[in-house]
Unconditional design. Structure first.
Length: 337
């Protein structure tokens, strides 16, 4: 059977365009792939369209709109997930309109489908006292505890994404003073993050204890499990959950649920509260634009209060007269009916 134009262009989009031209990360490609797996499933199950006969003309503006509705109602996806799926579809149809210019009107109708507005939640993060308590939980007397302490400290101190931590290899650590962590982020962009002396000392001892400072181990994963395999994102989330449970036995300042990404949010908020310029925080976190970093400033109400207090003088006198001592006022009030 002759392959359809949808099959040809989807293969080119996922295997050529995204990785080679856009330099998209593996996670991005996986997310886009999953979007089209869902779309194909919808076409098969809800529209009785066999995948081997599916072509671009069938993927109309109306069908994509119904697919997005199906995601929300039947699959119980959140609006943010729906928007993420739509972004992948937009990207594919922008690619397709250059491959087949004759279908540009059809493609642009799909591209015109709007992102659904949603209320942006506050950024979940830990206050410094909660982070300090959480980092004090690993048992420093055991190899596992020392590994976990080093892992959690680096996750917080570097503000890295959990995937960046998972992908760290021994060669990405520069132990010279000042220490540097070489992180590979979204779009395979590399950035160098400075390490503070405490995190650097933990890393140095961890590398020495696990004999990772030999040349032939330079390409080995920095953090591994009992089977000496690279830790996964799920594995790191599990490690964090164990210490969250023990920390909450001491104090409830630690939230019930702490995700790996909350370490990154916490570092950003703590830097902001310490007065670090947004430009430096942007570069530290590896954000593409300053707008992403500005969301932290928008969410910090305490910083807003401090900024307003420092900018404007106090015009309201707190030493107000005691109205209860005003006899004429009390007499007037008592005559009110």
């Amino acid at each position: 059977m002759k392959p359809t134009d949808f099959a040809i262009h989807l293969t080119g989009f996922l295997s050529e365009y995204l990785p080679r031209q856009k330099n998209a990360s593996k996670n991005t490609i996986t997310s886009y792939r999953d979007t089209f797996k869902l779309l194909i499933r919808y076409c098969q199950e809800q529209r009785n369209m066999p995948v081997e006969r599916l072509n671009l003309n069938m993927l109309t503006h109306g069908l994509i709109k119904d697919f997005l509705e199906w995601l929300e109602t039947s699959k119980k996806c959140s609006i943010s997930t729906r928007n993420q799926r739509l972004a992948a579809i937009h990207s594919f149809f922008r690619y397709a309109q250059y491959e087949e210019p004759e279908g540009i009107l059809h493609f642009q109708k799909v591209i015109s489908l709007p992102i659904k507005k949603t209320q942006k939640p506050s950024i979940p993060h830990l206050i410094p006292e909660a982070m300090k308590l959480l980092l004090s939980q690993p048992d420093k007397t055991t190899p596992k505890g020392r590994r976990d302490l080093t892992l959690l400290s680096i996750l917080y101190d570097s503000g890295c994404r959990v995937q960046e931590l998972v992908d760290l290899r021994v060669r990405d650590i520069v132990l010279n003073n000042p220490g540097v962590l070489i992180l590979t982020g979204k779009g395979n962009k590399v950035r160098r993050v400075p390490l503070l002396k405490n995190a650097l000392a933990l890393l140095s001892r961890y590398i020495q204890e696990n004999s990772l400072n030999v040349n032939w181990k330079s390409d080995c994963p920095l953090f591994t499990n009992k089977q000496h395999n690279k830790l996964t994102k799920e594995g790191i989330a599990y490690i964090i959950s164990q210490y969250v449970c023990s920390a909450r036995r001491i104090s409830t300042i630690v939230p019930e649920k702490v995700t790996p990404h909350m370490f990154r949010h916490s570092k950003a908020m703590h830097l902001l509260q310490a007065g670090v310029n947004l430009i430096y925080i942007r570069d530290f976190l590896g954000h593409e634009g300053i707008k992403t970093t500005e969301t932290y400033a928008k969410c910090d109400t305490e910083l807003k209060r401090q900024a307003i207090e420092s900018a404007y003088p106090d015009l309201v006198d707190i030493n107000l007269p005691d109205w209860s001592e005003d006899a004429s006022l009390l007499n007037w009030l008592s005559k009110l009916k």
